[in-house]
Design a protein around this ligand. Structure first.
Ligand code: ADP
Ligand code: ZN
Length: 734
């Protein structure tokens, strides 16, 4: 049968109607009529009516509703924006399907800047009217006309500047019709990186990894590689070769980084090599920059995009390669809205787009290493060390033996280490993954603990701000003078250390040294991060006291001592990745110490020196640690050997959520390779005033866990006031 049949009830082939997917939490596209004279293709951005509103959406593939066109509402307009590519559409479907999110919510991530769908405002420029009217000539006017004689049309400000006159002269000439205004497209906002300048001469090992990446970019085929190597082994140099290869073909390259605010050194380095900045994408951009960037990615003007996880949903026209740097990093997992893992989705995007992707890390995730083992991913391990990429000597301090003074947190050993470092004129980093002054405040009179009224969480004291704060919901209060429970004054006691308290201790010990606290609270923007980086590079700071925000990617030549104040922070809490994550974090922090010229030293304070993480760090036994972790996960059928999904119910009404959880529990999948644990109160049983209950669905690798969960959830209706969240491949179990 040909597509010309007119008797068919199937309107699919009918140019008179189309499906339009809207960026709203809806599962499917709606059918709209196409007005005469409007030609629409799949992927086109359009404006359509929805109720009384006008909304923007995308013409989408799929079955047309079985409604005669005359009964349908009509598409209002086609927008002047490059259409969404076929591969982006399929990617959106994949993301929605896998993560069990509505397709509309996923589309919303692709349409994060609706303003960018309107064409950018043209620039008004002026040229000389060929048919020059009689005007009174002045010197200024002559100068303007003179400039335009050998120039293309120029915008008023530029023209005035060139002619050395005020803009009023231009306006006057335009009014007299001596100049005519023409509209020009706005100038390009992004420069093309110069890929022809070659990078450093690569070592044999680096060169062979780079050659393989290059070859796959040139071939334009899907291929995943894991690029492993100690910090400073040249991983970045290697993957920049793949970026060059994409640029050489006129294609775009995407580099995903975990914390863009920390990319200051990365950006400087990129600029040094390619002569211009890459295109950045993160939450800290202004609305104008977002609009320009989105549009420039869609038109292909922006070539190298470096961004946080949401950069995965930009409208690339011709993506040639994806790099995921620090691929093991947990911040690639988006934890609200559409819950997804950007690293994993990046692999999918690469597959659908038929392009190579490289996952880069000094400590690749067990998931990626497993894929290497199964032969799905290629593995490059940079063993040769560049720039003194030796991991520094790591010593474990047993806090049960080497005790700090009462109410203090630094052991005599670590204090000695700091003394030696400062005496040598070098820099130190104290790492403590706790913001604020103290993680808990309690009353020594009655034992009352300050807790968030809306969350299952202690209030963290931020002494500089004079506040007790909840790190989950932002609730805050002034620390009271007396205990609200027993009314006694002077009994409130700060328990445990945060970075602020550590700074206080250090100031007492070393009043003359210059210390700076580096936490997310004071490093919001790339500019702030850049400032801190230059202060450290210029040796205006002797000591950095920081959380994990300083653990990543920096190279500071004079930083020779890293002290891990409490290595045990992340080890409790029943998270399946607790050990792996602690190891990765400490390994990464350790990598901040020392360079070729200034060998570094790492001192790790722990109450549990026998722990496998501490043992592996001390012995430098990276491979052995991975093997043990891996065996452990396999034995328990945990990822990457099995599948997990979190099902979280929440409601402000505790009875309603318990009731709903009990109802769901009755039909929970518990056979054919699937097991459901729970419902149980989530560790964060109360969050922002909502009571939370969790199920954990566990399945074998060969089970389609989404299908099973879909069938389960379909059978039970949830009351309106109970919200359901699905977390496929969960990283947080809170
Ligand atoms: P990684 O990404 O593994 O941490 P980098 O690529 O940042 O390592 O390399 C660390 C330092 O060593 C950088 O300053 C880099 O320019 C330098 N470097 C790496 N490989 C080479 C090379 N082949 N020739 C010269 N310098 C190199
Ligand atoms: Zn709270």
């Amino acid at each position: 049968m040909t597509g010309n049949s007119t008797t068919s009830l199937d309107f699919c082939d009918d140019p008179q109607c189309v499906n339009v997917l809207l960026p709203l939490p809806l599962g499917k596209a709606y059918t709209y009529a196409v007005p005469d004279g409007l030609a629409l293709m799949e992927g086109d951005f359009v404006a359509v009516p929805l109720g009384v509103r006008e909304v923007l959406g995308v013409v989408w593939d799929g079955d047309i509703d079985d409604v005669p066109p005359e009964k349908l509402k009509a598409v209002l307009a086609k927008l002047d924006a490059p259409p969404m590519t076929e591969s982006a559409q399929r990617f959106a479907e994949w993301v929605a399907n896998y993560n069990m999110a509505s397709l509309g919510s996923v589309l919303k991530m692709f349409m994060s800047v609706p303003d960018a769908l309107k064409p950018p405002k043209p620039v008004t420029a002026y040229s000389v009217n060929n048919d020059l009217p009689e005007i009174k000539m002045t010197k200024a006017r002559e100068q303007v006309l003179g400039v335009l004689k050998d120039n293309p049309p120029l915008p008023a400000t530029l023209l005035a500047k060139e002619a050395g006159v005020g803009t009023s002269v231009i306006k006057g000439l335009a009014k007299l019709d001596a100049l005519i205004a023409v509209e020009l497209p706005p100038p390009a906002a992004f420069k093309i990186p110069n890929w022809q300048v070659s990078g450093p001469k690569l070592s044999l090992e680096q060169a062979s990894a780079a050659a393989s990446l290059r070859a796959h970019v040139e071939a334009g085929e899907f291929y995943v590689s894991v690029l492993e190597g100690v910090p400073g082994s040249g991983k970045t140099e290697v993957y920049l070769e793949a970026v060059c290869a994409a640029l050489a073909q006129g294609k775009q390259a995407l580099v995903l980084l975990p914390e863009i605010a920390l990319g200051a050194q990365w950006l400087a380095r990129f600029k040094a090599r390619f002569g211009c900045e890459p295109t950045e994408w993160h939450s800290d951009l202004t609305q104008t920059t977002r609009r320009k960037t989105w549009r420039a990615v869609a038109t292909g003007e922006a070539k190298v995009i470096v961004g946080a996880r949401s950069a995965l949903f930009l409208p690339y026209t011709d993506l040639g390669v994806i790099i995921v740097d620090e691929e093991h990093d947990q911040s690639f997992k988006q934890e609200d809205g559409v819950i997804y893992n950007a690293r994993d989705m990046a692999v999918v995007r690469a597959q659908l787009g038929d392009i190579p992707i490289s996952l880069v890390s000094a400590t690749p995730s067990l998931e990626s290493l497993r894929n290497v083992e199964c032969g799905r991913y290629e593995h490059f391990d940079l063993l040769d060390r560049y720039a003194g990429a030796e991991l520094p000597e790591i010593s474990i301090i047993d806090m049960r033996q080497d005790k700090p003074a009462t109410g203090k947190w630094l052991s005599p050993n670590l204090i000695q280490g700091l003394k030696d470092t400062f005496a040598a004129g070098e820099q130190a980093l104290l790492f403590l993954n706790r913001r604020g002054y103290a993680p808990l405040t309690l009353c020594q009179g009655c034992g009352h603990r300050f807790q968030c009224p809306q969350c299952t969480a202690w209030l963290v004291e931020h002494r500089f701000l004079g506040r007790l704060q909840c790190h989950h919901c932002g609730y805050q209060m002034k620390p009271p003078d007396k205990c609200p429970s027993c009314d006694q004054a002077d009994k409130l006691y700060a328990c445990g250390p945060g970075v602020e308290r550590l700074a206080e201790e250090v100031q007492e010990l070393f009043p003359e040294i210059r210390a700076e606290i580096a936490v997310s609270d004071n490093l919001h923007t790339p500019t702030q991060a850049q400032e801190l980086v230059s202060q450290i590079e210029n040796r205006e700071i002797d000591l950095i006291i920081g959380t994990q925000i300083v653990a990543k990617g920096y190279h500071f030549p004079y930083l020779t001592l890293v002290g891990v104040v409490d290595a045990d922070v992340g080890l409790t809490g029943g998270d399946i990745r607790a050990l792996e994550r602690t190891y990765q974090l400490l390994y990464q922090v350790a990598g901040r110490a020392g360079r070729a010229e200034h060998p570094g030293k790492v001192l790790v304070q722990t109450h549990d020196p026998e722990n496998s993480v501490m043992q592996a760090l001390k012995a430098g036994d990276h491979k052995g640690f991975i093997a043990t972790m891996s065996q452990d996960r396999e034995r328990n059928s945990m990822p990457p050997f099995g599948r997990l999904a979190g099902v979280i119910l929440s409601s402000s009404d505790e009875r309603a959520v318990d009731q709903a959880a009990a109802n769901l529990a009755r039909t929970a999948p518990r056979d054919n390779g699937v097991m459901t644990l729970g419902p149980a109160p989530a560790p964060l049983a109360l969050l922002r005033g909502r009571h939370r209950r969790r199920f954990l669905v566990k399945a074998g690798r060969d089970v389609n866990i989404q299908t099973r969960i879909r069938a389960w959830l379909k059978a039970t209706e949830l009351p309106r006031k109970v919200r359901l969240q699905l977390d496929i491949d969960p990283y947080s179990f809170m």
